[in-house]
Design a protein around this ligand. Sequence first.
Ligand code: DP6
Length: 397
Amino acid sequence: MEIVTCTAPVNIAVIKYWGKRDEKLILPLNDSISFTLSQDHMCARTTVALSENYEGDRFWLNGKEESMDNPRIQNCLRAIRERVDLSKGNNKDILRWGLRICSSNNFPTAAGLASSAAGYACLVYGLSKAYGIEGDLSQIARQGSGSACRSMDGGLVHWYKGEQPDGSDSFAQSIAAVNHWPDLHVLICVANAGRKKTPSTEGMRRSIRTSRLMQYRVKESVITRIKDMTQAIENKDWSTFCDLTIADSNEMHAVCLDTFPPCIYMNDTSHRVAALVHRYNDQMVAQGKKDLKICYTFDAGPNACLFVPGAAVSEVMQLVLANFPQGEHQFAGDYVKGLPVLPHELSEASQSLVEDATPGCLQFLIHTKVGDGPRLLQDLSSHLLDIKSGLPKDYSG
Ligand code: DP6
């Protein structure tokens, strides 16, 4: 029998994937670029077990048994099994053995926090280790959820849309290491940890059908922005990187509003976080400190993801806390999760950036950093499944 456990990261796109040219193979209409986040604070963990003694295949997600009939899971599984190289000493019976998968996230599922990306990346990585597969896995993860292909690597990752109808040239790879911008911090402002209203798959479908702005994005603006972004990354031009990230998030959400009926993901709190970022950046530019600029980006949900240079993080964190104080009823757990917040007094200039502070608008914040790709855990106690029974360790029937 085989058993492996691994973790995989969340990624946040700075040039967004929005729209497919092939729904079945999950091929995108445009290239996208993302930052992989640290697995210390947000990750999916998956145990994959294979045994001749297991009957059929079973799958548990966040403590609940789910059907294996999901076509996206089946596509990943088929692609993995096709790659099993029997010449490499693999036992051919392994393809007939029963499969057990148990997966859990340590952050809210489907809150626009890229949980499906981490989940599918972890599933594919775990399956690849259990079946002994090597080579590029991003093309397989892509078939689970498009954005998952970017969670297969660390640092800054580029997903090339490719041209081939079979998807053979649509893959993701790292274009800059984790420390490309040393000491970069990430601050996720969770405005709503609940499930999103229109799932991205459906939102994309609707945008392609109805939005003219989508046509402009795909044919013109995003093509130029990918080139400019690649250049900004190569030149380590942080200020331009920030402007492009903000512009692309706003364009994606403009497309969503141009969709009929519209997909509305950002809420009042999201817009207030964005406005604060602009007030702060204007001040930095006026002071000649454009390397201390920050940027925001929003996925298909109201939660803001801010990228903050290390030298600015204490000030920015205090600024966010001053504008969005913790609500009275929010005492369960820490308001700021992840990396600690160091005591810091807001500068006089920043005090003028505090506007309409209303407690309770944000549910919580996650303070983290950029990180690396999926990891295989060596510690036996990390397994989520009991090896012998093939059932989750906390299984109660
Ligand atoms: C807004 O990867 O969740 O987060 O391929 O249909 O599973 P499917 O969609 P998904 O879309 C993510 C869209 C996004 C932008 C991005 O991550 O690039």
